[in-house]
Design a binder for this molecule. Sequence first.
Ligand SMILES: Nc1ncnc2c1ncn2[C@@H]1O[C@H](COP(=O)(O)OP(=O)(O)O)[C@@H](O)[C@H]1O
Ligand SMILES: C[C@@](O)(CCOP(=O)(O)O)CC(=O)O
Ligand SMILES: [Mg+2]
Length: 433
Amino acid sequence: MTETTFFVSAPGKIIIFGEHSAVYGKPAIAAALSLRAYLQVSRNDNENEITLKFPDIDLSYTWNKHDIPWTEIRKFITYENGKPVTTEELVPEIVDKISNLLGDIPSRTHFTTCLSFLYLYTHLCTEDVPGNTFCIRSTLPIGAGLGSSASTGVCLAAALSVLSGKINSPTTSIHDKSSKDETHQLEFIDNWSLMGEKCFHGNPSGIDNAVATYGGAVMFQRVSVPSQPSIRTTMRNFPSMKLLLTNTKIPRSTADLVGGVAKRNSEYPKLTSPILDAMGNLASEAYKIMTAPEFGHVELETLRELVEINHGLLVAIGVSHPALEKVKVIADINKIGATKLTGAGGGGCAITLIDESSPIESIHKAINEFGREGFDSFETSLGGKGVAMLTKHDVSEENRNVVFSLEEFSALKDSISIEHQIGTSGTNNWKYW
Ligand SMILES: Nc1ncnc2c1ncn2[C@@H]1O[C@H](COP(=O)(O)OP(=O)(O)O)[C@@H](O)[C@H]1O
Ligand SMILES: C[C@@](O)(CCOP(=O)(O)O)CC(=O)O
Ligand SMILES: [Mg+2]
């Protein structure tokens, strides 16, 4: 049965080791956060209209589905068993046709967001799918290194695939299962969300999408042979670590930073290449330590050292920012642990792997100093669940009208009210693929 109103949700992530080098096929380690993106899909009265309502980034657009050149676009799509097949690169002819539809969108962010949506829509849906409103709200800071783009892409890929019957809705609230059918559906979501991420920056490693799809913690390695799947090793016994996340709130674009590293790599290949190799070796070393049967103080101390080294290497490829260095200096002066930037850098967030022997007063002092600089700091819990779906059947009758009111959802003021109304940790009975 096709639902006419539903939610899909997917988590953000923290890259603990190996951002940027992940793009160059080196191993990296990341874990899902409890912060998530939530997408509500609801049928439009006018079924010819496709509407985007993304209040978090002040974006609101409507297209008539008959304005999409479906036949022209389909000529460039390959299907296997009725399902579209992903490609190594975005198909330029399809990007052109979608760009023509977007002609007069002035903001670069809005343009890319709409391109990413329509790229997925034209591959995963057909003109027969009735028009819907797609409304996204996120409890993640956007553009801060915590993978909001991938969690958005995962929500869209999952929702569009359900709408067009490419995958089934999930049926169980038990997350940790490995039925073959479910695995195929998750793979489908992961692969298509990666095409959405490619619209944001041409060359994503896929680590963010993998974490947003599957949740938990992973060691991830992109395989450079086209059409070979990436290596994704689930880290089930991820060690418990005290992590402080600090958001400098300096805006930046992942696309620009990934492009900057590519430029440095082409200008100084002999210098950059060993740095990227070192980052990969560092992530492999960290993986061994994190999965060792004995994990205690000594291992944590080694991990802190690796965090320090990883940050230094990221500085060397040009992706830090004075504000991120300020976070590091404050954490170092107060001796609270080891700090590195996380995600694309250039602003956004840093993580501090807290030294468990540092006095609580020092941690509070550092947090106060971060606050004085205008940064937000909070302790995070890792290992959030992967992509999930919520339908009317999963919510008690008395709550349904509030939970599924598009007007209320789009107007929710902050993360706390989003979590409270529809969050995965509340009373609503989310289902997992
Ligand atoms: N809640 C949201 N609503 C709409 N678009 C979003 C949302 N969250 C993320 N995005 C998209 O992702 C982009 C940010 O991605 P990116 O620069 O990769 O940073 P990050 O993934 O670290 O947050 C935004 O500009 C927007 O296009
Ligand atoms: C820099 C990179 O390693 C991570 C980017 O993450 P974010 O968009 O900053 O959350 C790029 C990638 O792996 O695709
Ligand atoms: Mg991103």
